[in-house]
Design a protein around this ligand. Structure first.
Ligand SMILES: [Zn+2]
Length: 157
């Protein structure tokens, strides 16, 4: 084969790489790290001003009270982001399977072990002008199929 890999091939390769990443637990570790960072920021924003208010002398305390509600809201936002990344970490844990179950049997091995997912996933660092699509992989054999939803080189929607 001297031709460039087709978009389908690129998608299938990406899907296999993402499935491998997930099984290694690396993508879960990355999500957990981000979740912990946002959780720490949220805690600092919410509880920090209360501690500062106790330390600050009289006139400056007013500043702390004014900034308090804003920081509190920012802290809530940080906690919300923490929750999202925790969910993402759970979804990408090595215990969870890649993709979602597909109805029907594998055309190659006949087992009902087809799973499909959109590629590239949200956590991948693929270039924005790369192809996107839905890849179906068999958990039992090497069967792989790809449906391109946006060819490579297309301007981002
Ligand atoms: Zn199969």
């Amino acid at each position: 084969m001297t031709t460039q890999p087709s978009d389908e091939d690129v998608l299938i390769q990406t899907a296999r790489a993402e499935r491998g990443e997930q099984r290694s637990g690396r993508s879960m570790g990355a999500s957990l790290g981000v979740a912990i960072a946002f959780g720490a920021v949220g805690a600092a924003l919410i509880f920090g001003p209360r501690v500062i208010n106790m330390i600050l002398p009289g006139p400056l305390r007013l500043l702390g009270w004014l900034g308090g509600p804003v920081l509190f809201l920012l802290g809530i936002v940080a906690f919300a982001i923490t929750g999202l990344f925790l969910l993402n970490a759970l979804a990408s844990s090595p215990m969870a399977s890649w993709g979602t179950t597909m109805p029907g049997n594998c055309p190659r091995c006949g087992q009902p072990k087809l799973r499909s997912d959109t590629v590239p996933g949200p956590a991948s660092g693929s270039p924005a002008d790369g192809p996107r699509g839905v890849v179906t992989l068999c958990e039992n054999c090497d069967h792989a199929a790809a449906r391109v939803t946006r060819p490579s080189g297309a301007p981002p929607a």
